[in-house]
Design a protein. Sequence first.
Length: 446
Amino acid sequence: MRIFIAGAGEVGTHLAKMLCSANHDVILMDEDEEKLKQIDSHFDLMTIVGSISSIEDLREANVKSCDLFIAVPPYQDMSILSCILAKQLGAKTTVARVNNHEYLLEENKEFFGKLGIDELIYPEQLAAKEVFASLKQVGTRQMYEFTGSKLVMFALKVRDNARIVNKTLAEISAMYENQEYNIVAINRDGETIIPRGKETLQHNDLVYIITTKSAVKQVMEDAGKKQFEIKNVMILGGSRIGKKVAQKLEGNYSIKLIEIDKEKAARLADVLADTLVINGDGRNLELLKDEGIKKMDAFVAVTGNSEVNILACQLAKKMGVRKTVAEVENIDYIDLAENIGIGTLVNKKLIAASHIYRYTLRAQVSHVKCLTATDAEVLELIAQPDSKITKGALRKLSLPKDVNIGGVIRGEKAIIASGDTVIEPHDKVVLFAMPSSFVKIEKMFS
């Protein structure tokens, strides 16, 4: 595909890197020439110095020939205007990044469609949803639900106390008459493994599991995870994510939110009716002690500084908080944060990329999830009639070696996949895959 990215900020740069690695024809436009030079030297793409809101600049950049136009500048108004202009100039599909939840309401979708914007993404709101999901299911590093929670994906850290540690995947599968779950990927010492039946789980593996909602309890028991109820939550940072998380939690949890900026804290106190907003520096141990951090069940650090978030979560863990969540925007820090045991990691760039990436796949894709601690991605694809994936039992199909099929959603039924599973037309198939196999997957499902 020919993909035009408007804005070379963090999200734009990450998307450019990801799409280049998938062999797309990527054009990146920004007014900052120095920033583009740095990107140009590292990736195989075309960079253009110009204004993303200039009709002349967009026309000269041949925006009319692009299959996908993605506007991710820092400012919402610029993003919307850029998409409107690109559509008028001939871009096939447009995606705009926004920061106003009002624009995402279903009744406004047609309005923006008429303006020429096919999709709106609000990374901060999506990040808040991920934080909320992680607090609903303790013991997990990540949780993602497919098609009304019919299938669920967990990322779990396996320790020596787990029933499944030191067992092969074949042995784990044989523990039950009916297969309860599939282990579809493993992160071990920073390396991603797409496992087969002979692979043995080791202490400290981060495992990715696909299961049904009814088998969640069994998964947690087998992984040695003790369940506990979250009642008290402390949020560090009154960012858009912090505010959204507090709004989602209000009414069900006791919440304290710490914000260092006095004016912002006052504004948040007016908006958040059931949240105790405290003006103070969350890096101050005495302040955290005074505000009862030892009584907290969960600690969520979502300031604009990745280092502060990581350190604050480490501090919270030392004070006895059992569940920690950190926003880590610096991708280089993700492995570090994972290795030191921070519970859930949230990254807006990866979240935005997940929602945009499905537009680049030719197979019919209902979900893509770019994961924080692994190179693999989880996809939900719809099997088309007469596609190769429907031509027999999975064990008889030549699936790429770096692909694992976790489960199938057939109407209202959820099926944990095995070698004997036969995919039927229109089934939704949840699978883990390395980006190198995406082209083969597309061919199998199309």
